[in-house]
Design a protein. Structure first.
Length: 556
């Protein structure tokens, strides 16, 4: 081939990398394979940092948390077959948590994809049910359009994951050097319908006691300040979902706290009294609306960028579809009623503050969950980030941990996947390097992706991991004890977590009394290092809490 012909051609893998750079990608999380070595090699000469992980599931969780914190699609990469399949849990978690992720994997070459062959799996079909879009690149020339579509689809409301398979011979092909990435198009804020604003104002005007429920969508849309203004202007109480924690500060006088616990909690009584529910950025996968509208008789005003899902316990009276902040400000201007939030809201806040204060004073060992929550809150700043893994840890943290800024307590409430917090903490620190990052995890969830400690140490990403140790799957034990009166098949043994952490080059700490926890947290968080703290937790408090709430008929 002539030199002139060589100059007119470029590697498809380098074209793929240029399309990612054009999308503003900063990190690709993944593990290379034989079938995508050209892509990984091209990343080496790019502005993108390739973060080598120890399991593809960790890569997907990292991409998800990066996407959640930045609003830009996180990118996870894997080889074909088993590598791609390992991405699926984090991909499904991202979609069900409305988080933008672009998953890219290799695939066998087009020369053998149509027949039985080594490592051939129909990956596009496997990913289709758990993504917004799943497709295979049929030619190298299609890459600019397909990558642009992937990012546009992932980041458009409602956000989610997409999947793109790159056949081995497509990745290694030559393309015309003139082929370029497509420019990004900017989504403009969508104005709410004036007619729908007027209808919603009429519903509020006739309401006896409205209540606001803020969900994950309000956080994604950056609607925190508009939500505070709306609440103050109308005098309305505001509760959040677990995923929405922080979008309305828990120390605000109108805050009710988070709803979603397994029992009828203090905040649920606020919903019991309400006749109108103003749902702001709420999505049904966050939790079942039957918990706050059991009779399906509340009038619901749905404010979101996307239309509401259909549910018998979520009958929408008025739907306002558009930019959430603009919708809230328009509705605040149109509504002329002012309500008295003080009675119910004040009592709910007092009860939760009393629980947290009582927990801070508990000295028993193993440590009570309330004491762990109180000490974490004391050790973390208002903008610092905690990832509470799925299990009993999530129940205690999401219910009790006060949050003051959006995205400062991250949980998985769409799919409720275990094992996301350690890899997620790495991505959180990369996305927000100026903040302290803590992964709060049960011992069961920790060992599902603990190998990513090596990634954190190697990549020099200082995070702190706090293991709530009880040698069991604590949430399952809790549920079995509640519903069956006994538990079984939930106990296991653990390694020496201090020695385990140190074997990776991390720092390890074991808490041996309740009073050691807070100073150990402070030391670990202050160090520029990867740290693992293990604290034995007394989960006998689980049943004490649910028994207490189960007997509660009137907290006022």
């Amino acid at each position: 081939m002539s030199t002139q012909a060589d100059a007119a051609q470029a590697d498809a893998a380098r074209l793929l990398v240029r399309t990612l750079e054009a999308e503003g990608v900063e990190y690709v999380f993944g593990i290379p394979g034989e079938e995508n070595i050209h892509f990984v090699n091209a990343l080496t000469d790019s502005s993108i940092r390739y973060v080598l992980v120890r399991h593809e599931q960790g890569a997907a969780f990292m991409a998800e948390i990066y996407g959640r914190l930045t609003g830009k699609a996180g990118v996870a990469s894997a080889t074909l077959g088993p590598g791609a399949i390992n991405l699926q849990l984090g991909v499904a978690d991202a979609t069900t948590n409305s988080t933008p992720v672009v998953a890219i994997s290799a695939q066998v070459g087009l020369d053998r994809i149509y027949k039985e062959s080594h490592q051939i799996v129909d990956l596009v079909s496997l990913f289709r049910p758990i993504t917004k879009w799943s497709e295979l690149a049929p030619t190298a020339e299609a890459l600019p359009e397909m990558v642009r579509k992937a990012f546009k689809t992932a980041q458009t409301e409602r956000p989610g994951a997409v999947y793109l398979a790159i056949p081995e011979d497509v990745e290694s092909a030559k393309v015309a050097a003139s082929l370029k990435p497509l420019p990004r198009n900017v989504v403009r804020p969508q104005e709410p319908s004036p007619a729908q604003i007027a209808r919603a104002a009429d519903v509020i005007a006739l309401a006896r006691q409205p209540i606001v429920l803020a969900g994950h969508g309000a956080t994604r849309d950056g609607a925190s300040q508009a939500l505070i203004h709306f609440s103050e202007h109308l005098g309305l109480p505001v509760a959040t979902t677990f995923n929405g924690k922080g979008v309305f500060p828990d120390d605000h006088r109108n805050a009710l706290g988070a709803v979603g616990f397994m029992r009828h909690d203090y905040v649920n009584f606020g919903f019991d009294e309400a006749d109108v529910l103003i749902a702001v950025g709420y999505e049904l996968q966050e939790f079942d609306p039957i918990k706050i509208n059991p009779n399906g008789d509340k009038k619901i005003i749905h404010i979101h960028r996307s239309a509401a899902e259909v549910d018998d316990h979520y009958p929408v009276e008025v739907g306002i579809q558009g930019d959430i902040s603009r919708s809230l400000r328009a509705l605040a201007d149109a509504a002329h009623r002012r309500f008295d939030v003080n009675g119910t809201g004040r009592r709910i806040r007092e009860l939760m503050r009393a629980e947290l204060s009582a927990g801070a004073a508990e000295t028993g060992f193993p440590v009570s969950p309330r004491r762990v929550v109180a000490d974490i809150r004391e050790a973390m700043g208002r903008e610092d980030i905690v990832l509470a893994d799925t299990g009993a840890v999530k129940m205690w943290m999401a219910r009790m941990y006060p949050t003051y800024e959006p995205n400062t307590l991250l949980v998985s409430n769409g799919l409720s996947s275990m094992g996301f917090s350690v890899p997620g903490a790495i991505a959180a620190k990369l996305a927000r390097p100026d903040r302290k990052v803590l992964a709060a995890t049960g011992d069961g969830a920790f060992l599902m992706n603990s190998q990513e400690l090596e990634t954190a140490v190697r990549e020099n990403v200082p995070i702190t991991v706090l293991i709530w140790e009880d040698d069991a799957y604590g949430l399952i034990e809790w549920k079995m004890d509640l519903e069956l009166g006994r538990s079984s098949h939930i106990k296991f043994s653990n390694p020496d977590f201090v020695a385990y952490a140190e074997s990776f080059g991390a720092r390890g700490y074991r808490v041996t009394s309740a009073d050691e926890l807070l100073p150990t947290l402070r030391k670990a968080l202050a160090d520029d290092a990867v740290s693992v703290i293990t604290v034995p937790v007394d989960y006998s408090h689980n049943l004490q809490l649910t028994d207490k709430l189960g007997e509660l008929t009137d907290p006022f």
